[in-house]
Design a protein around this ligand. Structure first.
Ligand code: UD1
Length: 371
């Protein structure tokens, strides 16, 4: 049984790592790892392979950055001969980035079996490139591995044959569960001079939020206000860096040696363990990321999502995550509610228990008789 897994961008690595580990521990599997090279900086890619003890990719396509069409087309062209030569029994794609779409489409046109991990998530917002990617990948995948019951319901509503849908849980939480103890021992916030629950964290990288200066300035101003004197630590995605610099020194300052202060303190993109260490002890997290909404739900740290929609509505249950929108009023209202909520951490969604990759391997065993 040959499984070929495709990764490309930062949020893919923590999803693929537990699957690769689960298959390596079972007899009867050969695994091939293809990295498209969508993300290529050490901080965005290599650092995650190290921290998560992933095997080096067998193939690196080195496609790099470009427009959506360029990036997708380059991955398709480069991966086609690899898929044809390897002829895997299953091509495993994860998440919703351009590499996910390009690999799935190419594999299906070669009549290969495609498995999509994290299927069925829907924001309903077709202006998000990830939403287009998700819908297209799910429409052509043979095996759809879902993280929660709402994703199953989305797929059923769209007419996906139920026998293709497998509710296995959340592989990203497998990785979190495995590494959270290590992250705690690392005490990254302590190294920055931050006390537990004495700071907030922020991530922002969606083009809709960072590419219009007025929008970016409004969000940053509101986050500073909402944090109410707490230092806000902001690891800056490469896409966002230039935009922050253009706003001028008054809005955010680099955290380099001077120690954290109230307001926004920027740092370079962090490795997996440093970032987990930072988030687990934060008072509150502000983000427009998808994955961080799920991680905070399990860590029991209030999350304020800086978007109008979420493809992960299961995290909104019980107020673990709050959809704030991107206006000052929305961000302040959601943050005040989150900080006043004494309800304590909510139970994690069903099957977010560290065993999702084992369930994926069980499904493959069941189909291919490798057990
Ligand atoms: C991509 C994903 C997004 C995911 C995000 C996580 C798509 C459509 N988007 O967005 O869903 O949340 O990754 O980070 O696939 N860059 C570097 N170094 C790198 C990679 C990128 O400097 O290693 C810079 C380049 O200027 C590049 C820009 O970041 O043009 C954007 O990179 P790209 O992969 O196109 O999209 P992301 O914004 O990272």
């Amino acid at each position: 049984m040959k499984v070929l897994t495709v990764v490309g961008a930062r949020p893919n690595f923590m999803k693929a790592a537990p699957i690769i580990r689960a298959l390596a521990a079972r007899p009867g599997y050969r695994h091939v790892l293809v990295h498209t090279g969508q993300h290529y900086d050490w901080a965005m890619s290599g650092a995650f392979f190290d921290a998560l003890a992933m095997p080096a990719p067998d193939v690196d396509l080195g496609v790099g950055s470009g427009s959506h069409a360029q990036q997708t087309a380059r991955v398709m062209e480069a991966i086609e001969p690899v898929l044809a030569a390897e002829a895997p029994d299953v091509v495993m794609v994860v998440g919703d980035v351009n590499s996910t779409l390009a690999a799935a489409l190419t594999a299906k046109k070669l009549d290969l079996t495609v498995a999509h991990v994290e299927a069925g998530l829907r924001s309903g917002d077709m202006t998000m490139p990830e939403e287009v990617n998700r819908r297209c990948v799910d429409a052509i995948s043979d095996l759809l591995f879902t993280t929660d019951v709402l994703a199953d319901a989305n797929l059923r509503r769209e007419g996906t044959p139920p026998e293709r849908i497998h509710f296995v849980g959340n592989v990203m939480i497998d990785t979190l569960t495995r590494h959270v103890g290590e992250a705690e021992r690392l005490d990254y916030p302590g190294r920055l001079g931050l006390a537990p629950r004495g700071y907030a964290t922020l991530t922002l990288h969606r083009p809709a939020n960072v590419e219009a200066p007025e929008r970016l300035a409004e969000i940053l101003g509101a986050v500073i206000e909402a944090a109410d004197g707490l230092p806000v630590v902001f690891p800056v995605h490469p896409r966002t860096r230039r935009r922050i610099e253009a706003l001028g020194a008054g809005v955010a300052r680099p955290l380099n040696g001077g120690g954290p202060a109230a307001g926004i303190n920027t740092v370079d993109p962090l490795g997996y363990l440093e970032f987990l260490s930072l988030n687990r002890a934060a008072r509150i997290v502000f983000t427009d990321s998808g994955g961080l909404q799920e991680e905070t739900a399990v860590l029991g740290v209030p999350c304020i999502t800086l978007r109008e929609t979420t493809e992960r509505p299961i995290t909104l249950r019980g107020g673990a995550n709050r959809l704030a929108g991107v206006t000052r009023a929305g961000i302040l209202a959601a943050s005040a509610a989150a900080l006043a909520d004494e309800g304590g951490p909510q139970p994690a969604p069903d099957k977010w228990d560290g065993r999702a990759a084992e369930r994926i391997a069980d499904v493959l065993d069941g189909i291919w008789g490798t057990a």
